[in-house]
Design a protein. Structure first.
Length: 498
């Protein structure tokens, strides 16, 4: 049975998706979850892109154990130097260098001849090989490249020491049949290709990223590049949860093995949604809210009689939690700790104490605390624990015949500051008062509000996207009071932005 390796690029390609930027603490949290998910390779960033990227890759490389950690680099010595400086502290470092091979990219972007591309490929792979043994070479825009030319480029890469050859569908242009034929052609025409891993990196511009990735696996690819929830540039990347559950559910068809822990898929999805503030659609396969919901009477009857009539996989197989005990205001610390552990959380003592305090406060307002409530509480507490600007108190005066007024009292690095503002509504007034308190005008780029669970006593989660000059940040807040949730989200975003 062929073993498939999962190369996760959530922290590199995924973070390039508009509005999905993460700070260092969040990247480390995602990296820790990717370890739990048991991916084979974590692409931690693009080291040459910025000092912040370099720092975060270095931190992830040192923190991650038992996994390969990669940094992307262009086929340039300075990029490769930066990539090595970023990953050299990893247990298993990988340099991932790329060069475009399609006629349109070579002519208009690179302004290089095919011969120059082959020469650059050979030289830069050999240069990277001086630093570490694990070198991945990607032929950018391979799906629009001449197949015969790809053979020459990949041959040069193997001869120079590449251990992984990546075939990207960079602009999501190809089809499953074309991808199958391309991988099959390369396997049968590139000399010594059986000595390296064949990888694919598929984008979702035409909605075929997962289908193309699975077609490549059928043709002989041994590594798939993907992201949690399929986040990424433009229409996104192939979604890791969809690829692996396709392989799992159709073992009879794909006949492959892997080391990924599918019970961590739901937790991984929720974490990315929480950090980026980008929710998945209810109808999203595998991890969407409706993925295992049955409303049709015929479907409900079938599932009650035999689950496999309408469920080709179980919620448990992807880690969707089921309440094994009821938590309420009389629940103790032990039950709370056990439930968090079952949900996959590994918090330090201070984080557990803060989350338990939030739980007891919520339990006084809600009769039953669901797993979704717990997840929201823990995520909100962890992501706001290091904020320097915190909400002390607020008073809102609002009505349909008066101007909304907000009195906001903030703790800024321990100093209490109180401001008053008038706005077009209670939330606008609150945001204006906050801007006055910090002395900076910040642009609200987007705002959304939704309930975490059902019912009148549901927690409200607010998500904001803030902009200041060229910097953007996503903030989230949680409360039974939607105004308080909105204020907390704004402050969370401000702390990231400032």
């Amino acid at each position: 049975m062929k073993r498939i390796k999962f190369f996760d690029t959530t922290l590199r390609d995924g973070e390039q998706s508009p509005g999905c930027s993460m700070n260092l603490h969040e990247k480390l949290e995602v990296a820790a979850q990717l370890v739990k998910l048991n991916v084979d390779v974590i692409e931690a960033g693009f080291a040459i892109a910025s000092a912040g990227d370099l720092e975060s890759i270095q931190a992830i490389a040192k923190a991650v154990k038992g996994r390969s950690v990669a940094s992307l680099s262009r086929a340039l010595e300075k990029d490769i130097d930066a990539a090595w400086n970023a990953v050299k502290g990893a247990e298993a470092p990988r340099i991932h260098t790329f060069l475009a091979t399609s006629p349109i990219h070579m002519e208009y972007k690179l302004r290089m001849t095919p011969e120059q591309v082959i020469e650059r490929t050979a030289n830069m792979v050999a240069y990277a090989k001086k630093f570490c043994s694990d070198i991945q070479f990607s032929a950018e825009d391979a799906s629009r490249s001449d197949w015969g030319f790809l053979v020459k480029v990949f041959d040069a890469a193997i001869k120079s020491g590449a251990t992984v050859l990546n075939v990207p569908d960079t602009v999501g242009y190809t089809t499953p049949e074309e991808m199958y034929n391309l991988i099959f052609f390369l396997k049968n025409n590139v000399p010594n290709i059986d000595t390296v891993d064949i990888a694919v990196h598929c984008h979702n511009d035409l909605g075929l990223a997962v289908a193309n990735s699975l077609a490549a696996v059928r043709a002989g690819a041994t590594q798939v590049e993907c992201t949690i929830n399929g986040i990424g540039e433009r229409a996104g990347n192939a979604a890791i949860e969809e690829i692996v559950m396709g392989m799992t559910t159709r073992k009879d068809y794909y006949d492959v093995s892997y080391q990924l822990d599918t019970t961590q898929l739901y937790r991984s999805s929720r974490l990315i949604q929480s950090i980026t503030g980008v929710p998945v659609a209810p109808s999203k396969s595998i991890v969407g809210a409706n993925a295992f919901a049955h409303e049709s009477g015929i479907h409900q009857h079938g599932v009650m009689a035999e689950k496999t009539t309408y469920e080709i996989m179980t919620p448990e197989s992807v880690g969707i939690p089921k309440n094994s005990m009821v938590l309420g205001k009389h629940s103790g610390r032990h039950a709370f700790d056990d439930r968090l552990s079952e949900l996959g959380y590994n918090l330090d003592k201070a984080e557990i104490e803060a989350a338990f305090a939030r739980f007891k406060t919520l339990a006084d307002k809600k009769k039953i605390i669901s797993d979704f409530d717990l997840e929201a509480i823990v995520s909100d507490e962890v992501h706001s624990s290091e904020d320097e600007i915190k909400l002390d108190s607020f008073v809102i005066n609002s009505g349909n015949n008066i101007s909304s007024t907000a009195i906001i009292k903030l703790s800024i690095k321990g100093e209490i500051i109180e401001k008053v503002a008038i706005g077009d509504g209670p939330i606008n007034a609150a945001f204006t008062a906050i801007n006055k308190a910090i002395g900076i005008d910040v642009e609200l780029d987007d705002f959304s509000l939704h309930s975490v669970t059902e019912g009148e006593d549901a927690l409200g989660e607010a998500v904001v996207k803030l902009k200041k000059d060229n910097a953007t940040a996503t903030g989230r807040g949680l409360s039974n009071d939607i105004v308080e949730a909105s204020i907390k989200a704004y402050l969370n975003g401000l702390n990231k932005l400032l």
